[in-house]
Write a protein that binds this ligand. Structure first.
Ligand SMILES: Cc1cc2nc3c(=O)[nH]c(=O)nc-3n(C[C@H](O)[C@H](O)[C@H](O)COP(=O)(O)OP(=O)(O)OC[C@H]3O[C@@H](n4cnc5c(N)ncnc54)[C@H](O)[C@@H]3O)c2cc1C
Length: 250
């Protein structure tokens, strides 16, 4: 098991802080590693800061179903461990000449036994959908008014080489699957272009997309919060604007 080897490395090298990505594998690995290493873990953090005064890791994550943001510290044990949501931060720029140290670590082969057995790999239905890797996302909100509205967004997304996503409202209405939800209780994305159609721009939604390079909002209401948060705000009915965009692109 990787967790046993990682925790053995932690005991040997005694790092003060230890971070893992909160991917499917990282979530499982970080929890087991923390247990074996006898320390605490803040799982699925959306923000991490090293406090200047006490040098401690302050990890923030949504709690109580996203109603509160909790900042958690690990006061008494080391390392301070945290799994951090992928795409929570932009990639650091490359620093020429910067090097890490590679160490050889002898692992115990017995640790690589597990009660779990790999039977077979079943590909999920939405194969190919990786919102966190998408460079262009066309997202729809309650303003679509009907589930069929996503077919129009799909056309635009396809034309731009991107994929479709949603705010929570259409997901709650059953118009689109949850795995396409962007926001605090959905996915965090960092595309080059995020086109929000009929989305008002509530804080819980923007938490998932404000890292996009360019945000374009299409909304009937000039006072909708997203119209101030977007780089380009298009005031109008999405059922006029999106077909016009498609026509111009074609
Ligand atoms: C604990 C918690 C967690 C949450 N997590 C998330 C989350 O992860 N993701 C998320 O998205 N939300 C989340 N929410 C919900 C969030 O607060 C908002 O309710 C939600 O984002 C609203 O979705 P919306 O913008 O699609 O709908 P609305 O706020 O209803 O906005 C619809 C917009 O569409 C516009 N519109 C209407 N018709 C048209 C048209 N024809 N053309 C153009 N514009 C039109 C309207 O002017 C309006 O601005 C969470 C809420 C809570 C309390």
């Amino acid at each position: 098991m990787y967790a046993k080897t990682l925790s053995a490395m932690i005991k040997e090298y005694k790092p003060n802080k230890f971070l893992l990505p909160a991917t499917n594998m990282g979530r499982s690995l970080s929890a087991k590693t923390a247990i074996f290493a006898g320390t605490g873990l803040t799982a699925d953090a959306t923000e991490v800061v090293i406090n200047k005064e006490d040098g401690q890791l302050h990890a923030t994550r949504p709690t109580f179903g996203g109603n509160l943001m909790a900042t958690i510290t690990c006061a008494h044990t080391r390392p301070e461990m945290c799994s951090l949501r992928p795409m929570a931060y932009a990639k650091a720029p490359r620093t020429e000449g910067r090097k890490g140290e590679v160490v050889d670590f002898a692992f115990n082969e017995k640790d690589f036994t597990s009660l779990a057995k790999f039977l077979k790999f079943i590909k999920s239905e939405g194969e190919g959908l990786d919102l966190s890797e998408a460079e262009v996302i066309v997202a729809g909100g309650r303003g679509l008014g009907k589930p069929e509205g996503f077919a129009l967004l799909e056309k635009l997304a396809k034309r731009l080489g991107g994929t479709v996503a949603a705010s929570r409202a259409p997901v709650d209405s059953g118009w689109i699957e949850y795995r396409r939800q962007i926001g605090l209780t959905g996915r965090t994305v960092k595309p080059k272009l995020y086109i929000a159609c009929g989305i008002s721009g509530q804080i819980q939604h923007m938490a998932g997309c404000s890292g996009a390079d360019v945000i374009v909002a299409i909304n009937k209401d000039p006072e909708a919060p997203i119209m101030k948060l977007a780089h380009y705000a298009v005031q109008g009915d999405l059922y006029d604007v999106v077909p016009a965009m498609l026509e111009a692109l074609n």
